[in-house]
Design a protein around this ligand. Sequence first.
Ligand code: ADX
Length: 191
Amino acid sequence: MRAIDKGLALLGHKGAVVWMTGLSGAGKTTISTALEERLTDAGILSHVLDGDVLRTGLCSGLGFTEHDRNENIRRAACAAIILAKAGLVSVCSLISPLKSQRDMARRMCEESGVPFIECYVSAPLDECERRDVKGLYARARAGDIPNFTGITAPYEPPDNPEVVLDTQFGLVAECVGELLLNVRRMVQVEV
Ligand code: ADX
């Protein structure tokens, strides 16, 4: 039996990759963590792969040039596919600023037979900058951080993501609820 089918038999659900994209401070980590909790409550095994965390291990040594981000995203997608093939829902939380990078992740999943959901965590730049949770926007504006997404490096919003969550006006619980519904439809035989 293929691993992906074993996962379905043992866990009662399929694996998948949920790809969260958005500016730093848009709410990707908050929503990913909350989604993981809600999935657990629903009996669905998941794991969050967060850009900041991956960059301390699997992706350490990579910076923020387009070349390094491509490699960062490729590695994250590889790890996510391994987990999804074992039956988990991999929640990837990475800025992944370019369409080409997200298309690469999608293509890698498709080639591995893993369902892929692209979720755009949407908040305008000025709102993310106002939040400035990590104080990075202020440092980027001061010229201390080169290639900072939204300031000195591009962010291309997705054209046709499976899910769009507006974190400027939407409540976290509402955003997570909408995403949860989409994920359950994709991984559970019956919802
Ligand atoms: S990605 O572009 O390669 O997908 P990733 O999600 O792994 O980025 O990492 C983004 C995080 O790195 C941000 O949330 C922020 O904490 C930190 N960071 C440090 N330098 C930068 C930068 N130049 N641009 C964006 N984020 C940065």
